[in-house]
Design a binder for this molecule. Structure first.
Ligand SMILES: CC(C)(COP(=O)(O)OP(=O)(O)OC[C@H]1O[C@@H](n2cnc3c(N)ncnc32)[C@H](O)[C@@H]1OP(=O)(O)O)[C@@H](O)C(=O)NCCC(=O)NCCS
Length: 199
């Protein structure tokens, strides 16, 4: 149990507050239609190159997403080819601009593992369209719990957006990780809202 008060973050690391949220039954959805030229498509056996590119464009620069970039080729490939992991892409005129990943590997549960749009697509109603699809696909399976976590590196609207979607916060944690910019996983100018402290 961490003592209350301030805690030093080691040089070369970043600290975030992670909020875990869940829903225990399917909420009522407010239907929204896909804007012109937009579709959400299931991606059959995504290649690791395709996935890393979309993951980086969605989360790598602005939100310091790095967990999937730190994985070996075989680790990532094992996840992407697992029949219990479903990857969907928001596509604009055939080009992927959003990532939705549902993980059913835990029996009777679904994790909203990754959810996000490229920067230029944010704030156009697409998040709600994609969330409706996420909730629909998750609850089509015999699950009793749909869960997600978000952290203070993510878009500042994400936590409120998830709560408006029917998720309830149930737990918070502090995560300390090596700064992915110093590890060379993402460019040094990424995540300008989080300072790099080297020493
Ligand atoms: C989280 C995220 C997907 C939300 O997407 P978004 O584009 O901001 O979401 P929307 O614009 O659909 O939703 C915001 C609200 O504004 C409304 N809205 C905004 N612009 C709109 C428009 N042009 N037309 C219709 N509705 C619009 C939506 O209906 C929605 O209202 P509601 O929540 O009451 O339904 C997006 O911020 C994102 O990708 N962030 C970066 C990645 C990230 O941080 N992901 C979370 C990690 S856990």
């Amino acid at each position: 149990m961490l003592d209350k008060g301030f805690h030093d973050v080691p040089p070369g690391a970043i600290a975030t507050v992670v909020t875990h949220l869940e829903m225990r039954e399917k909420p009522d959805l407010r239907p929204v239609s896909a804007p012109d030229g937009i579709s959400l498509n299931f991606v059959t056996s995504p290649s690791t190159d395709w996935y890393r590119d979309l993951y980086t464009r969605v989360g790598g620069h602005d939100w310091l997403w790095f967990s999937r970039l730190a994985m070996s080729e075989s680790e990532l490939s094992a996840i992407l080819t697992d029949p219990k992991v479903e990857v969907y892409a928001i596509e604009l005129d055939g080009h992927a601009e959003g990532l939705l990943e549902l993980d059913f590997r835990q029996d009777t549960e679904c994790e909203l593992a990754f959810f996000g749009l490229t920067t230029r697509m944010i704030g156009r109603g697409l998040g709600r369209f994609m969330m409706n699809a996420a909730i629909d696909h998750a609850w089509r399976k015999p699950i009793t719990r749909f869960h997600v976590h978000t952290c203070t590196l993510d878009h500042p609207s994400a936590l409120g957006f998830y709560q408006r979607s029917g998720f309830t916060p149930i737990r918070q944690q502090i995560e300390i990780a090596d700064d992915p910019r110093l590890a060379g996983l993402i460019p040094r100018d990424a995540g300008s809202h989080i300072p790099i402290i080297e020493s």
